[in-house]
Design a protein. Structure first.
Lengths: 110, 144
């Protein structure tokens, strides 16, 4: 089997773990940057433990980390969702063109 | 994010002619894509794009095929994403109004990030065997 693209590797590694999925969900739902300490509290984990998960999510570009003063904030990244809207745009065009071709086909056959 | 992509188009042709064009394999192959398709519920169809479009295969199961409703699942290549395409025809005084719906898109919408992960999980099961080894090397258990 062909080895997947390294970035896909990282995404799959990131989401293969249920805790990391929960962290990402919490950040998506929060809709804003959350201090790492708060994430740790919410998941009843050590700061060290949560940092490890967050680094793996960051490597997959599923979250972004910003330093503000002494606190580090993490935020879910919309990038995976953007690819979905591109998918929608692709099919908009795909079906328009296909139905045009259907029209031409019908006009040509009797 | 919306769940359904809808297209409407009126054709200046009778409803049965349009129905044949969308539901018979040999006709679908003429205007749409090379098709192994039968309008029978449960039929596992395959569409194959031309080489210039990468030879991509689209496959799925026919869910409904009663004039004038046609519905099938739609899976591109070996991706784990399954969406649903449905066609509905209405007679409008000799013309035919076609309504096409492609649904399931919002499975990946922002409000259902959970389902997005479900999708990734299925993908995990389906094809990324090369990843298993290094996930197993972690101290945390894999998703399943």
């Amino acid at each position: 089997m062909k080895k997947p693209h390294p970035h896909i590797d990282r995404i799959f590694k990131a989401i293969a773990d249920p805790t990391r999925r929960s962290i990402f969900h919490a950040l998506v739902i929060a809709g804003s940057a959350m201090p790492i300490n708060e994430v740790a509290e919410r998941f009843e984990m050590s700061r060290q433990g949560v940092t490890k998960h967050i680094k793996i999510l960051e490597a997959a570009k599923l979250i972004q980390i910003h330093q503000r003063g002494r606190e580090r904030f993490c935020m879910a990244s919309a990038q995976p969702l953007k690819s979905i809207s591109q998918w929608l745009q692709f099919y908009e065009q795909f079906w328009d063109q296909s139905l045009d071709r259907l029209g031409q086909h019908l006009d040509g056959v009797d | 994010m919306k769940d359904v992509l809808t297209k409407e188009k009126v054709f200046n042709h009778g409803i049965d002619k349009v129905w044949r064009a969308i539901s018979r394999g040999e006709e679908i192959s003429k205007w749409f894509i090379q098709a192994d398709f039968k309008p029978e519920v449960g039929y596992e169809y395959t569409f194959t794009a031309t080489e210039e479009h990468g030879g991509t295969k689209i496959s799925g199961t026919v869910l409904e095929a009663t004039p004038y409703n046609l519905k099938y699942t739609w899976r591109v290549g070996d991706t784990p994403v399954e969406t649903i395409v449905s066609w509905h025809l209405e007679d409008e005084g000799g013309q035919t109004k076609l309504t096409l719906e492609h649904s399931g898109i919002s499975k990946f919408g922002e409000e259902t990030a959970i389902e997005m992960f479900e999708h990734f999980n299925q993908g995990w099961d389906a094809c990324f065997t090369t990843l298993k080894s290094y996930v197993n090397n972690e101290e945390t258990a894999p998703a399943h």
